[in-house]
Write a protein that binds this ligand. Structure first.
Ligand code: ASP
Length: 306
């Protein structure tokens, strides 16, 4: 059976001096997920492992280093979806946990649902999650950026993280984790923890993780739209691009996505200036990471076959 994993570190403007840290973070996360797959672990375990690495890396808007909301606090959303059962577990607007993706995993195992705010934190407390003071999830860099952007009335880019994977039993999983955007009012839920919107996994077709403008993504149920576009054997690159077309044509939205199919072929597309991604398939000796520009020529899609 082919193994495959792909991660993204968000679709946004990535300046030349930021490219290396984005690539390094995505590579490390892909390797962590790959190690799980290579020793026979499940796609869910691999996705959780990869997203945990990205949540620890302040380069990305998830876990430590999340965007601050309009009140200057970190509130996080994350979800995991299992393609075999169509079960999804998620947390929304949660504070004071180190790894929202692991809390989402526990929710999925306990009873697939979406828990938000204090209820999610209470669940984390009673299910052995790593807890912390909410202020400990605020990185100095994001605090400074928040102050600068707030003064200038600017919005941050979309640097939510996500991962999709295929394991040796042919199971697919998707995960997404975010700190939302710097203009979030407290309590806002974007697309990221909503099955069908910020992530989707269907064992008969494929799995998808999104990043981008959550309100637009949700209006066209974009992750499920992208997965459905795999029907008939369409290549994930083409399905991802068509999903972006739907987003632009129907709601004029901005986003990026990664997509994997049941054969372990991977694809991605975005209409934000850049996207940071990394992937590894059974056909490769090591993960490959890059920052892609929206108008740039695609790397040949045959390269992404498992
Ligand atoms: N999709 C996320 C949200 O709307 C934001 C992002 O991708 O950065 O919460």
């Amino acid at each position: 059976m082919n193994l495959a994993i792909m991660v993204h570190g968000g679709a946004k403007e990535i300046y030349a001096d930021e490219a290396e840290t984005h690539k390094a973070g995505c590579l490390q996360a892909t390797q962590a997920g790959w190690d799980v797959l290579a020793r026979g672990g499940s796609a869910l375990d691999a996705v959780e492992a990869a997203v945990r690495v990205l949540e620890d890396d302040p380069t990305f808007n998830a876990g430590f280093g999340s965007e601050l909301n309009s009140a200057g606090e970190v509130e996080m959303c994350a979800a995991l979806m299992d393609g075999a059962s169509l079960g999804a577990g998620g947390v929304g607007a949660i504070q004071g946990v180190r790894h929202p993706i692991t809390v989402a995993r526990r929710v999925l195992e306990d009873e697939p649902t979406l828990l938000v705010s204090h209820g999610a934190r209470r669940f984390a407390e009673t299910h052995g999650a790593e807890l912390c003071d909410p202020a400990q999830m605020v990185s100095e860099g994001k605090r400074r950026e928040w102050e600068r952007k707030r003064a200038a009335g600017q919005r941050s880019g979309h640097d939510t993280v996500g991962c999709v994977a295929l394991d040796r039993d042919g199971n697919l999983a998707a995960g997404t984790s975010t700190g939302g955007t710097n203009t979030n009012p407290p309590g806002r839920l974007g697309d990221s923890p909503l099955p069908g919107c910020g992530l989707y996994a269907d064992g008969t077709l494929g799995a998808c993780s999104m990043t981008g403008d959550g309100e637009s993504i949700a209006r066209v149920v974009l992750a499920k739209t992208a997965v459905d576009l795999l029907d008939g054997g369409r290549h994930p690159d083409e399905a991802a691009q068509r999903a972006m077309d739907v987003l632009r044509e129907r709601v004029d939205g901005r986003a990026g996505c990664i997509l994997i199919d049941t054969a372990g072929r991977i694809g991605w597309a975005h209409n934000e200036p850049n996207i940071a991604v990394a992937y590894r398939t059974s056909a490769m000796d090591a993960p490959h990471a890059f920052v892609h520009k929206c108008e740039e020529q695609r790397e040949g899609s045959s390269e992404h076959a498992a």
